[in-house]
Design a protein around this ligand. Structure first.
Ligand SMILES: [Zn+2]
Length: 255
């Protein structure tokens, strides 16, 4: 098709099927994008940030600095990177993907995660989604974290490994539970597929989830991967819920 008919076809298509903002119903000029209003409402996590937790600093304290939270309670994983705080359109996108099955959102969300996680994603990384229990997978029919991980591996390199980390017991929702109850809830909840344990030895793992809330699940997944022989674990999530009682630490009583 030559340029003029192609442009005409595009105009016709835009008229019939206008491109929509991925978060609201406003029309936008480019596919898989946010409208200016939603863009403004996104609380992006940007540099300067804590080297360990990816939480922004209000002023630049130099490359590699740790936040007081990371110093007080160092996470068991190496680095966490998240695209945005879990509010406004970022929260709407997480909810739409997970509960309203808008699986087409995994692509734009995954691409944003690629950009935010560029420092932690490597060609030889194992890209491992936080697994769902099979009963929840049966009712939801898909794992939103696996959808994101698939996009990230395809677009940024790395090896998509959806079956390596398994969930062996169904856990209650973590929100609202005390720190002790959360640890009890997720203890021994995850394991590595015994037939594939050799694949993880000495490898760099990037653990993928849609949102980090309390941090308990991510901490236990990281510990499971490291205990099985992973050389290092970094974490990449789309959203970051700013909770004061996060538990991503490697303290002795961590499950
Ligand atoms: Zn919008």
């Amino acid at each position: 098709m030559t340029a003029i008919p192609r442009a005409f076809a595009r105009l016709t298509l835009d008229f019939l099927l206008p491109l929509r903002c991925v978060s609201c119903t406003s029309t936008v000029g480019t596919p898989d994008s946010l409208c200016p209003d939603c863009w403004q409402k996104m609380s992006f996590m940007e540099k300067p940030w804590c080297e360990r937790l990816g939480t922004p600093f209000s002023y630049d304290v130099g490359e590699g600095a740790w936040s007081p939270q990371a110093i007080a309670s160092p996470p068991i994983f190496d680095r966490l990177r998240s695209v945005a705080f879990y509010d406004g359109p970022a929260r709407d996108l997480v909810v739409a993907l997970k509960f309203f099955r808008r699986r087409e959102l995994a692509r734009p969300m995954g691409l944003w995660m690629c950009r935010t996680g560029s420092e932690i994603l490597r060609e030889d990384s194992l890209i491992v989604p936080v697994p769902l229990h099979w009963m929840r997978l049966l009712s939801r029919r898909f794992n939103q974290s696996a959808d994101l991980a698939r996009v990230i591996a395809r677009e940024c390199g790395g090896q998509f490994e959806p079956g390596l980390l398994k969930r062996r017991k169904k856990t209650r929702r973590q929100v609202g539970l005390s720190a002790k109850a959360r640890q009890k809830n997720v203890r021994s909840a995850f394991c590595i597929d015994p037939e594939r344990i050799g694949q993880i030895q000495g490898r760099h793992v990037v653990l993928i989830d849609d949102v980090i809330t309390t941090g308990s699940t991510i901490a236990v997944c990281s510990k499971t991967l490291l205990s099985a022989g992973a050389a290092s674990v970094d974490v990449l999530t789309f959203a970051f819920a700013d909770t004061s009682n996060r538990s991503g630490s490697a303290s002795p009583d961590e499950p």
